[in-house]
Ligand binder design. Sequence first.
Ligand code: CA2
Length: 144
Amino acid sequence: MIIRVINGPNLNMLGIREPNIYGHETYADLVAKIEAHAAKIGVEVEIMQSNCEGGLVDAIQGAWQHCDGIVINPAAYTHTSVAILDAVKAVGVPTVEVHISDVSKREAFRSVSYIRAACIATIAGHGTDGYLEAMDLLKKECGQ
Ligand code: CA2
């Protein structure tokens, strides 16, 4: 089973500022944590990050006929991007939306998610553990 983990803009800056919201882990820590969990549950993982909307669309399209599941934190594009929603709909790969913070308890604009409509689940407010929960969910969903 192959899971592609896609991270949106500014997630490469994790741990550098706003630790009260996003914690102290760096992006490298997050990657290491996901890789360790993938090895533990026996799935292959492909992890990427882009600050560009088109880069995220390309990564979603690249999962078509290649990956069994997608974990995506589209970051700020969650709240604005129809292109990312359409890409997830187009590929038809089971997708879980993840947010490190509890977006429902922050500014009103963060409660809007375009991508949610195309996802099998949304996990928010569980810190970076949310990524691992999303991987577990996809593994269960794909019956593996
Ligand atoms: O809670 C999340 O995971 C978010 O997707 C993170 C995004 C934010 O725009 C979403 O509303 C919720 C932000 C990504 C990281 O931004 C940083 C800001 C300052 C320092 C480090 C990272």
